[in-house]
Design a binder for this molecule. Structure first.
Ligand SMILES: Cc1cnc(Nc2ccc(CC#N)cc2)nc1Nc1cc(C2CC2)[nH]n1
Length: 320
């Protein structure tokens, strides 16, 4: 444990700990994965709230620092998309890398997907949010990057009430498309994973588009379309595209919405519509259904950026 020094009556911070010298952790744990924990924090200088993601560098005895550098490089590459969470600062200790990211106060859209009718999303809400998700995904795909873990738990809201905007988070499984060798392990979360992943076939940007189809289904109905009693049953439902659009689940939902979902939940990845085509689908582009169209493409504040090669020089780490 680093030596600490008394800096004020209320708090002592380890002298050599730049993160804790610049931020105060707030009680709230926002998320926890196998090798990461996310905590709310406040930047002492500005008083601004952030989310700090603590990532362990060693996992199962292996050095996984390059995986974390990959996540940072993708967040950096996506910095011009308003719908990808912003990366503020990075710190490195002996055991961890800390990503200080934009705080999305509205939390996971998952909570509202499973909420009671009166708090659930309206179709108009879903049109607006799916359009934003597609604009974020289009930015990634334009940069040759696939997310590979798009699910309601990884789509956050800047505000839940009033309903704000989305932020795509968690690029821990993301890859540059041209660097993906064949998939050797099942990536992603069972309910949202595309058939080609289950069959160890090549993955592509179309793999994310399958997940967008599942996302739209869940946001509209609160039902996870392929979920079975067991993981095996779920995988079989996905592989056979065993899906229903039941009257009960889709009561009051437009035929255009169902047509949109059906354009994505197609077994052959080549037959699924792309993110740019989704944004032109009548369900998302008919003004009657929703607010006036935003620009379908993201105005880049700088020239189009290629997803940078994952090299360590790219990342300025405040290390200690
Ligand atoms: C209010 C809140 C509630 N729940 C979560 N959950 C969550 C979901 C996925 C991941 C996985 C990741 N990355 C981390 C937390 N994040 C929140 N705010 C965040 C969370 C963040 C950044 C992404 C961490 N900014 N604002």
């Amino acid at each position: 444990m680093a030596k600490s020094c008394l800096v004020s009556r209320t708090q002592t911070v380890p002298r050599e700990d730049p993160f804790l010298s610049s931020y105060r952790l707030l009680g709230k744990e926002l998320g926890r994965g196998k090798f990461a924990v996310v905590r709310k924090c406040v930047e002492l200088g500005s008083g601004k709230e952030y989310a700090a993601k603590f990532l362990r560098k060693r996992r199962k005895g292996e050095d996984c620092r390059s995986n974390i550098i990959n996540e940072i490089a993708i967040l950096e590459m996506a910095r011009f998309s308003p719908y990808v969470v912003d990366l503020h600062e990075v710190y490195e200790t002996n055991n961890e890398i800390i990503l200080v990211m934009e705080y999305a106060a509205g939390g996971e859209i998952f909570e509202q997907c499973v909420a009671d009718q009166d708090e659930a999303f309206t179709e108009k809400d879903v049109v607006r949010l799916i359009r934003q998700i597609l604009q974020g995904v289009l930015h990634l795909h334009t940069c040759n990057v696939v997310h590979l873990d798009l699910k309601p738990q990884n789509i956050l809201l800047t505000s839940s009430n009033p309903l704000g905007d989305i932020r795509i988070v968690d690029f821990g499984l993301s890859r540059r498309v041209d660097t993906i060798k064949e998939v050797r392990e099942i990536l992603g979360t069972p309910e949202y994973v595309a058939p080609e992943v289950l069959n160890y076939e090549p993955i592509s940007t179309a793999t994310d588009m399958w997940s967008v189809g599942v996302l739209a289904y869940v946001m509209l109905t609160g039902v996870s379309p392929f979920q079975g009693e067991t993981k095996q049953e779920t995988f079989l439902n996905i592989s056979q595209v065993n899906i229903q659009y039941g009257q009960e689940d889709f009561e009051g939902i437009s035929d255009l919405a169902i047509d949109f979902i059906k354009s994505l939940l197609i077994k052959n990845p080549r037959k699924r519509i792309r993110a740019d085509q989704c944004l032109k689908h009548p369900w998302l582009s008919s003004p009657i259904e929703s607010e006036p169209l935003e620009e379908a493409t993201i105005e880049k504040k700088e020239s189009e950026v290629e997803a940078p090669e994952v090299t360590e020089e790219l990342v300025l780490l405040a290390s200690y």
